[in-house]
Design a protein around this ligand. Structure first.
Ligand SMILES: Cc1cc2nc3c(=O)[nH]c(=O)nc-3n(C[C@H](O)[C@H](O)[C@H](O)COP(=O)(O)OP(=O)(O)OC[C@H]3O[C@@H](n4cnc5c(N)ncnc54)[C@H](O)[C@@H]3O)c2cc1C
Length: 370
């Protein structure tokens, strides 16, 4: 029976990044149910880094991750995982107070925002609807190379000595005698600590381990890839509605469009719903008068949120050997480096380093749920 210090359940961006951070300090096994890591939420993201996305209490993790993603440390390659994109949050006539509130939420955080008038927006978006009058522009928003980042975390974890077991679902978990006795894909292992990085399955994994679930709920999010006339300019920013009812961005001459849907569902291999795709296209046609020549591709993934929509990072109140690393919602990629550093620091009892200086990690402690 193999014996580990830490078994991490899930090899998405959360489990992979945590493994990379913990491997130099401990014997780590990452157990992934699927035959390839990144099959679920991590492989389905819209791949942007936007400091305002997720709100002001997620922003410290996103901001702290920015320099790391831009200039990764040794071992992660010598290439940035980011590429400039910019983000433009649009308001219709009458919605300007929502833009004011949006700017006010981030006042004093260091997130750069500029107010744009209609002419500047129309220069990027020909055929702009008459009633779109203003926008907030975030120049620092970036695209993320999600596949490259995820693979880099996995390979750093492996090089650090972590083992990554695929087709290894957590089938049985029992905590006795100060140790976890686990069955993972038919293999029995023991571990001193178990880290729950199971994304949409975070609550079921807790239940299987005899730990009280926290109400981490998966919500479906849909994206369609469109061929449009005109095609989007390559430097079109990520463009969002100030009411949070759509976003779109260019991708190799095509357009990725989401209706910003949030349909609660059970954890699973989710798929797009026709109605959500129709809603996305309808909302897009209310922004610009472009012709949609084809829906070329569509997908959906699950974004999993704790009840307060903040990540959950810390030991369970009801089991000191069960560690939560869940609730990454719609920001799990852009926060991954700092969130994993914080998680490893708490998991191993290390001293927080400079990367976490702007992050009040206690805010994410599961103890907040009682
Ligand atoms: C459409 C969409 C767009 C998004 N856009 C962005 C974006 O632009 N920027 C951003 O930062 N974030 C974005 N996100 C959010 C981001 O994708 C997620 O926050 C992130 O991928 C969550 O990572 P994870 O590792 O927690 O989950 P996952 O990637 O789902 O990984 C969890 C893993 O745990 C495994 N698992 C579950 N149960 C078990 C078990 N019992 N035993 C073993 N393994 C198990 C699963 O198989 C899975 O591989 C988006 C999400 C979606 C759906």
């Amino acid at each position: 029976m193999a014996d580990y210090d830490v078994v991490i359940i899930g090899a998405g961006i959360a489990g992979a990044s945590l493994a990379a951070e913990v491997a130099p300090h401990a014997r780590v096994l990452v157990a992934e149910a699927e035959e390839r890591p990144g099959y679920h939420s991590t492989g389905r993201s819209a791949a942007f880094w936007a400091e305002s996305y997720g709100g002001p209490k997620v922003q410290p993790l996103t901001t702290a991750s920015g320099p790391w993603l831009h200039s990764p440390p040794g071992g992660y390659g010598d290439r940035s995982f980011l590429a400039p994109r910019g983000a433009l949050t649009l308001a219709r006539a009458g919605e300007e107070p929502l833009l004011d509130a949006f700017e006010a939420e981030f006042a004093g955080t260091g997130v750069r925002m500029e107010r744009w008038g209609r002419d500047r927006i129309a220069a990027l978006l020909p055929g702009l609807a008459e009633d779109i009058v203003a926008a907030v522009y975030e120049p620092d928003c970036q695209d993320i190379d999600v596949g490259g980042l995820h693979q880099a975390f996995l390979s750093v974890a492996r090089r650090g000595g972590a083992q990554i077991a695929l087709k290894a679902p957590l089938e049985h978990a029992e905590y006795r005698g100060g140790q976890w006795h686990l069955v993972l894909g038919g293999q029995a292992v023991t571990a001193t600590r178990l880290a729950n990085a199971a994304g949409a399955w975070a609550d079921p994994v807790a239940t299987r381990c005899g730990v009280r679930p926290l109400g981490v709920q998966p919500y479906r999010r849909t994206v369609v890839q469109l061929r449009t006339r005109p095609a989007p300019v390559a430097h079109l920013p990520l463009t969002l509605g100030v009411r949070g009812d759509y976003y779109f961005k260019p991708e190799a001459g095509k357009l990725w469009l989401s209706p910003h849907d949030e349909t609660p569902e059970d954890p699973g291999d989710t798929a797009p719903d026709e109605m959500d795709m129709a809603i996305a296209i309808d909302r897009f046609t209310q922004v610009v008068d472009w012709t949609i020549e084809a829906v070329e591709h569509r997908w959906a993934g699950q974004r999993s949120f704790a009840p307060d929509r903040l990540p959950v990072i810390g030991y369970a109140a009801d089991n000191p050997a069960f560690f939560w690393f869940a609730g990454q919602g719609g920001f799990g990629i852009q926060t991954a480096p700092a969130a994993a550093r914080l998680a490893a620091t708490v998991l191993l009892g290390l001293t927080p380093d400079a990367m976490l200086s702007g992050v009040a990690g206690q805010m994410y402690n599961p103890a907040r749920f009682g």
